[in-house]
Design a binder for this molecule. Structure first.
Ligand code: 1BO
Length: 281
């Protein structure tokens, strides 16, 4: 990819920006207005939220106030576990509620937020997303926090493969096996917490690589994601950081530098393992 407007083509033909602004734990109308404005100014068109983040309504208000052309935007939101585990109808209603909060006619990408395997409702929730796409309420459907065995279950039970799997991914958790599986199935992997929740400073090699290009360690990590074919949604509410996180398209990491970042992997999660995340409200 050469510029922030470049898009990945998903398996269902929908195109999605490689880089978006993550809005997890972004709260308060003014903070949201300012972050979205700064992101638009920096060239972002993709915004990632979830019902669980409790900010869809404020995001909808911000986009409406800013008068952004709808066709220029790519909005992702996610089905939250309490509705997921209630079954098909609750999943359909949850999506309609997100549409209302976001003030949209269609969601660009709708994801099952967590597999919640202990409740056994994931296939039913997936069937609801398939129906939502058929009805045109969502353009593309995918999942978040799915291991390979969860993805296999959806394919086996429904024959419909998600377009995106959004997962925790950063240098300490490079998700090699999952990425290889998703690539073989033409599922785009998207990284959340791509900047290791503040731990980048613990790996000095990242700043050393950055010095060669006059880039920060964070920019090196984001470039590593993109260059490795992984979309990402760094979160920030600071205009200067939002801009910095988008200034990734004027340098390339060498193969050796990509390998140095890969070598930092420890299979270390900073957030819950999806097989153990059972929260249902
Ligand atoms: C706990 C992580 C949630 C990201 O969507």
């Amino acid at each position: 990819m050469k510029q922030i407007s470049d898009r990945a083509t998903l398996r269902d033909g929908v195109t999605m920006p490689w880089l978006g602004l993550g809005l997890w734990r972004v709260e308060g109308q003014k903070t949201i207005d300012d972050a979205i404005r700064a992101a638009l100014d920096a060239g972002y068109t993709a915004f990632d939220t979830a019902t669980a983040y409790d900010n869809e309504e404020q995001i909808g208000r911000a986009l409406h106030k800013l008068g952004v052309n709808r066709s220029d935007l790519f909005i992702t939101t996610k089905l939250w576990n309490p509705q997921h585990v209630q079954g098909y109808d609750a999943c359909i209603e949850a999506c309609k509620q997100s549409l209302a909060w976001l003030r949209l006619d269609v969601i660009d990408l709708y994801l099952i937020h967590w597999p919640v395997p202990s409740r056994g409702k994931t296939v039913e929730a997936w069937r609801a997303l398939i129906q939502l796409q058929k009805e045109g309420l969502v353009r593309s459907i995918g999942v978040s926090n799915f291991h390979i065995h969860h993805l296999e279950m959806l394919e086996r039970e429904t024959g419909v493969i998600p377009s995106v799997n959004q997962v925790e991914r950063h240098p300490w958790l490079n998700q090699r096996e999952l990425i290889d599986y998703c690539r073989a199935k033409n599922i785009l992997v998207e990284a959340y917490s791509p900047l290791m929740r503040g731990h980048i400073k613990d790996e000095p090699v990242l700043a050393e690589i950055g010095d060669r290009y006059k880039k920060s360690a964070a920019q090196v990590v984001l470039r590593w994601h993109l260059q490795g074919g992984v979309a990402c949604i760094p979160k920030s509410v600071h205009a200067n950081r939002i801009q910095e996180n988008a200034a990734l398209f004027d340098f390339d990491l060498s193969d050796d530098e990509m390998a140095s970042v890969d070598a930092l992997n420890r299979n270390r999660r900073l957030l819950p393992d999806p097989d153990k995340m059972d929260y249902c409200g």
